[in-house]
Design a binder for this molecule. Structure first.
Ligand SMILES: [Zn+2]
Length: 409
């Protein structure tokens, strides 16, 4: 068994935390921004220093590859993202890239033999926080998203500029022939922070990820009548916002009767006309529900389909926005991760991912799996995000040995 280097890992975390430092312990590093390019330049510098070959593809995904000892074998890739949400932390995404770099650095330093080429990779625009949607370039490369539509995606900060323009201006835009593909790659690993409290609560340093949860996302609607806020007696009103509030409480009460592992969220609400002197006539809110078991998701859908047709004198409705099935990771790779953690004596448990990751799209194309490390207090997508250098290094060591096990198969 091999272990990665704590000091080197810590140095990378500190160095990359400067790129997009927002001044209070976290970063804002939008995809293809100057800050993200600084991070990419540092990746090139460090990977070139160990003799890795750098390539980029047409979505500006970056690849740093160490050759294997046997010619013409497929590559094993370790990948994640360097972009963040606005006022995000120093670990989401970037840790997967830093651990991938650490694995290659350890292989070089210790002269570890391996047959297959091994690649550290950066995915462009995973967060989709400047240019929507999330997981944009893994979606394009895995055939889930149409590239021309993605190129037209507008910046949330400046609707006159598009993702395509940012891509054209990036020094890291390369050729389509360099894309990750099933002919040249045999497996992908992604190390990521858990982004939840489970591992910390269980005092485990590694999460052996088995799947990404299936989910449904509905729009729930209430239709009322717009009227004057001052002249309409309460008994005359058809207030769509009040009806929507009743509907939300109804949904919580019903959904709470299902399996306790179900998670569901209303995170977005649209109120029309959204004027403080007008009774709302149309309200539309999101309902996102996630669970591993498709039967439970079906129960959620049944509850949504059976909401009261009228509530507080307002008609109701619903519409499916989108859905995805549970994505199971490759069993052999999952066992490579489990065995590596066990053999290294690192505490671990099986876990699923409630969040989406590039690995979930890649799993439609290649055998894929993920490794989680704990998130302090479960925080992520915010500045207090934290994983100790020891836990980050443990994640790298588990990935190193799991990659070497995959290399032997
Ligand atoms: Zn991420």
């Amino acid at each position: 068994m091999y272990t990665c280097n704590l000091e080197r890992m810590e140095d990378k975390i500190k160095t990359f935390s400067k790129f997009g430092d927002a001044g209070h312990g976290g970063i804002t590093r939008y995809s293809l921004s100057p800050e993200a390019h600084q991070a990419r330049a540092e990746f090139v510098k460090r990977m070139t220093a160990i003799g890795a070959v750098i390539e980029t593809d047409d979505m500006a995904n970056m690849y740093a590859t160490l050759p294997g000892s046997v010619p013409n074998l497929k590559r094993i890739v370790m990948a994640s993202h360097v972009d963040s949400v606005k006022n995000g932390g120093n670990y989401d995404g970037i840790l997967g890239v830093l651990t991938a770099m650490e694995v290659l650095e350890t292989i070089t330093e210790l002269n570890i033999p391996h047959s297959h080429p091994i690649t550290a990779m950066i995915w462009t625009n995973e967060e989709g926080s400047l240019y929507s949607p999330a997981m944009m370039s893994s979606g394009v490369i895995c055939g889930k998203f149409d590239k021309s539509k993605m190129l037209a995606s507008k910046s949330i900060l400046d609707p006159a500029s598009t993702f395509g323009q940012a891509l054209d201006a990036s020094p890291y835009k390369g050729e389509e022939k360099n894309r990750l593909n099933p002919n040249d790659y045999m497996a992908m690993f992604e190390t990521h922070i858990e982004q939840g409290p489970i591992l910390e609560a269980a005092k485990k340093d590694i999460g052996v990820v088995t799947c990404v949860l299936g989910m449904v996302n509905y729009r729930i609607k209430a239709y009322g009548q717009a009227d004057h806020a001052g002249t309409t007696p309460m008994s005359y009103r058809q207030d769509a916002l009040y009806a929507a509030a009743q509907l939300l409480i109804y949904l919580h009460q019903e959904l709470d009767k299902l399996d306790p592992a179900l998670v569901y969220t209303t995170g977005e609400i649209k109120c029309h006309p959204n004027v403080h002197t007008v009774i709302p006539d149309e309200v539309d809110f999101s309902l996102d529900a996630r669970h591993e078991n498709p039967e439970v998701i079906k129960q959620v859908v049944d509850i949504i389909k059976n909401i009261p047709k009228e509530i507080s004198k307002c008609k109701t409705g619903y519409e499916l926005a989108w859905a995805r099935d549970t994505v199971y990771f490759d069993k052999e790779l999952v066992s490579c991760v489990k065995e590596s953690a066990d053999e290294l004596g690192i505490s671990n448990q099986y876990i699923n991912s409630g969040a989406g990751h590039d690995a979930q799209f890649v799993s439609y194309m290649l055998p894929t799996t993920m490794i989680f490390v704990p998130s302090k207090d479960g925080h992520s997508h915010c500045e207090p995000e934290y994983t100790s250098p020891e836990q980050c290094t443990a994640g790298a060591s588990v990935m190193l040995n799991a990659v070497l096990k995959a290399d032997q198969k």
